[in-house]
Design a protein around this ligand. Structure first.
Ligand SMILES: [Fe+2]
Ligand SMILES: [Fe+2]
Length: 186
């Protein structure tokens, strides 16, 4: 990470991407008439979770340095939880009559969060913190979107959201531990 600026504008891009599915559907969120829309949104959630699995797994293997053991363990734990989220979402897509999209082709484009191999340990922690913040914002919006039209999907997302909030907290604590100061607000 050379400067703060491109880092932060990247977040904006990702947030915009996370929202693009909402923009055209938020006006009339009529789930009964549009399971297709629900499935489309959940495909993007599935992709987001899969990218998080890959990123955390990569970091859990490659993080190095004297003080990286705690972070490696945390990354591995998060990878496992992101995998559980992916499975839950995939099952919901199936329940709604869709076919969960696990195709690696286009995965990064479908995802709201970004894959980044990361440089040093602090870069990795930052990348994960950003991804978690994007997930938290994205899922909060989706929870409002599904509202009472699809309480089952909403409750599922609420469960996932609470874990993502814990993940963001964990990454924030790690960042403070390794860098001594919290990251600027994005
Ligand atoms: Fe997740
Ligand atoms: Fe997470």
């Amino acid at each position: 990470m050379t400067t703060e600026k491109p880092f932060l504008s990247d977040v904006q891009t990702l947030r915009d991407r996370a929202r693009q599915h909402l923009d055209d559907g938020a006006v009339t969120p009529n789930y009964q008439g549009d399971t297709g829309k629900a499935i489309e949104i959940l495909q993007s959630v599935l992709a987001t979770e899969l990218v998080c699995v890959l990123r955390y797994t990569m970091h859990s293997i490659t993080a190095s340095g004297l003080s990286s053991q705690g972070a490696k363990k945390e990354f591995a734990e998060h990878a496992k939880e992101e995998h559980e989220h992916a499975l839950t979402v995939a099952e919901r897509i199936t329940q709604l009559g869709g076919e969960p999209n696990f195709d690696p082709e286009g995965l990064a484009t479908r995802s709201a969060s970004q894959y980044s191999a990361g440089g040093d340990l602090v870069d990795m922690i930052k990348e994960n913190l950003i991804a978690e913040r994007i997930a938290v914002e994205h899922y909060r919006e989706l929870i409002r979107y599904f509202g009472d039209d699809d309480p089952t999907t909403r409750v599922m997302l609420e469960g996932i959201l609470s874990v993502e909030e814990e993940h963001a907290d964990d990454m924030h604590d790690l960042l403070v531990a390794h860098e001594g100061k919290p990251m600027l607000e994005g």
